[in-house]
Design a protein around this ligand. Structure first.
Ligand code: PLP
Ligand SMILES: N[C@@H](CCOP(=O)(O)O)C(=O)O
Length: 528
């Protein structure tokens, strides 16, 4: 994205005599973090004093930081004296206005007093002192840089994520800022669409969207340990992606990680990730729901911090993918966003990101959300179909979309809230449908995971039924890298899947090593 030109354009619409955010002088409209956000784009001597400085793009050439200084040191040097006014706390999820229950983020708490879910609540009055154009400009100004910690797509929205954390405590791999891919050929050829996009959240540090939430959670753990809170390690149950992200971020920070994996139910690539990153890996003879139950019991007994999305901190990072989509469309709102769902934290995270942008005036509406489930693990779909009358967990059956093989999702209430408030829809995909959709997408140049195949199936069904129109701007969220799931592709293309036609299989042709044989098969191929 050409952030500098965007930056200039949006500022001029805000103010005929524009100044970039960090140069605003009225103290009440000048969060101190705004100063740090761009400080390293300047020579520090000019950044704080010269209020006539031009915007970032035209700033004086940056003076290179001293060779013995790193980007953390540099950020520390630019740290403002005064703390900013933003803050956040845990509150019971969807609590009524009368509820006075809340907890500081430095407390170790995952559930409300009544046993319900928690949510991170931001001080919207403090954030709302700045208008939408102001936030858009600030976020745009941070894209594509290496300034600590704003080079991350998550921490570039720090004021909306964990406003009070010290930059020094942040553990980041500069996650986020993932590609929003225009699916030109897939859209045109299979759906007659010209405005179809795939948000590649899986093209990321550990190959899934979990990095977005894990940078936040592990950063907070880092802070808690510095505050001498009793956290000896961080643990999760996982279908493979949460464990990969947790172990990588913990390894980067030197924090012990413990992962509970359902034996033989995750891909080899996912299994090797926490092993390589030095996590303590338990392979347990149960399914994900069994692992989740165990980790909840263990984390209530031992000083191990819970890293699953039951912990609402995770969703604060994940919601930035929604903000990023809006940003990538130059703050235009897409009509539909389709998200594959398992434990169901992510669909709520997307809702929350979009809703904050609406509530703070960055956009004027939110997209309709679709949650897509594998038919073999579809408790939300069944609940939706019943008109949300009665929720029943299911026993999740084996699915190629193994990371969403979850029958008793912890965030069911969050998901229903997100869907009801976005005029949302739930769809499901059979094994054959999701594998065919994945193969179709791959045949147009993508290399997606089976979960993205589930989301694409939802799109295909909603296009066929006319719910999604040919001209609707639609975003499909791709949640993991296809390279984590190569075995499913090998099975499909070698046609070894029982009861599946694998109609798009493209197996390699065995051919003898002589000119005649090679030319014969090539002639056959070219005749087709
Ligand atoms: C690759 C992938 N896609 C989708 C999901 C579903 O996300 P959520 O559990 O937040 O619904 C998960 C994890 O559950 C995942 O690992
Ligand atoms: N797909 C997830 C399942 C756990 O989800 P979480 O978001 O609650 O951690 C995984 O990769 O483990």
């Amino acid at each position: 994205m050409a952030s500098s030109s965007l930056f200039r354009a949006s500022l001029s619409s805000l103010n005929p005599n524009p100044k970039p955010p960090y140069l605003y002088t009225a103290t009440k409209h000048r969060p101190s973090s705004f100063i740090t956000c761009t400080s390293s784009t300047f020579d520090s001597s000019s950044s704080t004093t010269n209020t006539n400085s031009p915007p970032v793009a035209a700033a004086a050439p940056k003076v290179r930081r001293a060779a013995d200084e790193n980007i953390r040191d540099e950020a520390r040097r630019h740290r403002p004296d005064a703390a900013n006014n933003f803050n956040a706390k845990y509150v019971p999820f969807n609590a009524g206005v009368d509820s006075a229950e809340s907890y500081p983020l430095d407390e170790i708490v995952y559930r409300s007093r009544s046993g319900g879910l928690l949510d991170v609540q931001h001080d919207m009055d403090a954030l709302g002192k700045f208008d939408g154009a102001y936030w858009r400009s600030l976020f745009d100004s941070r894209v594509g840089r290496t300034t600590w910690p704003y080079g991350s797509g998550v921490w570039s929205k720090k004021e909306w994520v964990l406003p009070e954390i010290d930059d020094d405590d942040i553990v980041s791999a500069f996650e986020g800022n993932s590609n929003l891919f225009w699916a030109e050929r897939f859209g045109k050829q299979f759906l007659g669409m010209n405005d179809l996009w795939v948000k590649h959240c899986g093209i990321s540090h550990t190959g899934s969207f979990k990095d977005l939430g894990m940078t936040v959670l592990v950063s907070q753990v880092n802070r808690l340990r510095k505050l001498k809170r009793p956290v000896v390690g961080v643990g999760c149950a996982s279908t493979g992606d949460t464990s990969a992200a947790l172990s990588a971020y913990c390894a980067a920070a030197g924090i012990p990680s413990i992962v509970f994996l359902p034996a033989n139910k995750i891909s080899m690539a996912q299994l090797v990730q926490p092993i390589a990153n030095g996590a303590f890996v338990l392979s347990i003879d149960t399914d994900f729901d069994g692992c989740m139950k165990l980790i909840r019991e263990i984390t209530s007994e031992l000083p191990i911090y819970l890293a699953n999305s039951l912990n609402s901190l995770r969703l604060e990072g994940q919601k930035t993918a929604a903000i990023e989509i809006l940003q990538q469309f130059d703050w235009e709102v897409p009509d539909w966003v389709i998200v594959p769902g398992g434990n169901l934290g992510n669909i709520y995270a997307f809702y929350k990101g979009f809703k904050m942008c609406q509530d703070l005036g960055l956009v004027d509406r939110i997209p309709r959300l679709v949650c897509a489930q594998a038919a073999n693990a579809n408790p939300l779909y069944l609940y939706y179909k019943s008109g949300y009358k009665e929720f029943n967990p299911v026993r999740a059956n084996s699915t190629f979309a193994s990371a969403i093989q979850i029958g008793d999702p912890v965030s069911i209430d969050r998901a229903v809230f997100a869907l009801k408030n976005s005029d949302g829809i739930v769809e499901e995909a059979s094994e054959e449908e999701l594998m065919d959709a994945m193969a179709q997408a791959d045949s147009t140049g993508m290399f997606i995971c089976p979960h993205t195949g589930v989301a694409l199936t939802a799109l295909i069904k909603l296009r066929k039924s006319g719910v999604i129109g040919a001209r609707d701007r639609t975003v499909v969220v791709s949640t993991a890298h296809g390279l984590k799931f190569t075995q499913s592709k090998i099975d499909y293309h070698s046609k070894t899947i029982r009861d599946m036609a694998c109609r798009l299989a493209n197996p390699p042709v065995q051919v003898k090593a002589d000119f005649g044989s090679v030319i014969d098969v090539l002639k056959d191929f070219l005749r087709q």
